[in-house]
Design a protein around this ligand. Structure first.
Ligand code: NAD
Ligand code: UDP
Length: 314
């Protein structure tokens, strides 16, 4: 029998790539989304697929379906979107996790949580290893996302201990690629869109803060490897590209690959913006035999091509 897989947040950036990949692998995919940040455009090409199904639903409400595996991605991921309605963000992570874990418990489905490097907050340990417990400000503007995701991890491990649910937790580091929302304020999409429009590139702070950018195709492979790992490892496991760049270096690369003559302008650093971030992926390499293969230059060029086409659309 074809495996039935639920992807929550399936019309978002990562979710739409995941749905596509799972269909390609021959699975039956149910995409659940409330379209808060996701778009029908991202999955329009999948709608006619005989094993793809779309359900408009908010994961903060219970869901009764029969599935074999659940990838729980529902949650806005960019700061401007998750800070727009912070109470709903926490609810999505926490109540959404409870509902999806309840569904996993009833159906005996395996369930994977899309957690985040944000659980490490503004880290004092570099690069970040899974054992590091993080430095998160619980009352700051990022807390709705960070603490919501931390609580979701707690729920996953409690459902495992208390109810024997088969869980997987991946901590995703900054991922970019085609189908990112052009106005979601994340640094890669912002810089590319600004460069293509010859508008000023907005550097927050002095641009010395670092991030490690993973191309979406690599990340999706890592997520599936985690869900399907034969040893039944539950994680948490870091998934990301360990090549670290300053935000200023990223801006320079985007300018170079877009042949843009945008100027750089400096804006205040947002509160609680982490100074550095780089995954230690020793565990993913050893246990999942996974590591990213697409470098920043290649990944940025694919992403630039995507945004160039998008911006030309009427
Ligand atoms: P995204 O905003 O593009 O996708 C999130 C999707 O969830 C959207 O389609 C949105 O409409 C949907 N959604 C939000 N609230 C919902 C709700 N209550 N019910 C149903 N659907 C809801 O973001 P993304 O980059 O694709 O991120 C997907 C997941 O991966 C998120 O959980 C995010 O926290 C995690 N993640 C992403 C990154 C990254 O760099 N992209 C990094 C770390 C973690
Ligand atoms: N950033 C920036 N200019 C922008 C958007 C973001 O300099 O137009 C910075 C932001 O302050 C942060 C980094 O880029 O230091 C990554 O931001 P993003 O929102 O993409 O991800 P996160 O902070 O969640 O890692």
């Amino acid at each position: 029998m074809r495996k039935r897989i639920l992807v929550t947040g399936g019309s978002g950036f990562l979710g739409s790539h995941l749905c596509e990949k799972l269909l390609h692998k021959g699975y039956d995919v149910l995409c659940v989304d409330n379209f808060f940040t996701g778009s029908k455009q991202n999955i329009a090409h999948l709608l006619s697929h005989p094993y793809f199904e779309l359900l408009r639903h908010d994961v903060t409400f219970p869901l009764y379906v029969e599935v074999d595996e659940i990838y729980n991605l529902a949650c806005p991921a960019s700061p401007i979107h998750y800070q727009f309605d912070p109470v709903q963000t926490t609810k999505t992570s926490v109540v959404g996790a409870i509902n999806m874990l309840g569904l996993a418990k009833r159906t005996k489905a395996k369930i994977l949580q899309a957690s985040t490097s944000e659980v490490y907050g503004d880290p004092e340990v570099h690069p970040q290893v899974e054992e590091y417990r993080g430095a998160v400000n619980p009352i700051g503007p990022r807390a709705c996302y960070d603490e919501g995701k931390r609580c979701a991890e707690t729920l996953f491990f409690d459902y495992q201990r208390q109810h024997n649910v088969d869980i997987r937790v991946v901590r995703i580091f900054n991922t970019y690629g085609p189908k990112m929302h052009p106005n979601d304020g994340r640094v890669v999409s912002n810089f590319i869109v600004q460069a293509l429009q010859n508008k000023p590139i907005t550097i927050y702070g002095d641009g010395s803060q670092t991030r490690s950018f993973c191309y979406v195709d690599d990340l999706i492979e890592g997520m599936i490897a985690m869900m399907e790992n034969p040893q039944g490892l539950c994680g948490p496991i870091n998934l990301g590209n360990p090549s670290e760049f300053t935000i200023l270096e990223l801006a320079q690369k985007v300018l170079q690959y877009t042949h843009s003559n945008s100027e750089l302008i400096y804006k205040p650093l947002p509160q609680d913006d982490p100074m550095q971030r780089k995954p230690d992926i020793t565990k993913a390499k050893r246990d999942l035999l996974w590591e990213p293969s697409i470098g920043l230059e290649e990944g940025l060029k694919h992403t630039i091509d995507y945004f160039r086409t998008l911006l030309q659309e009427p």
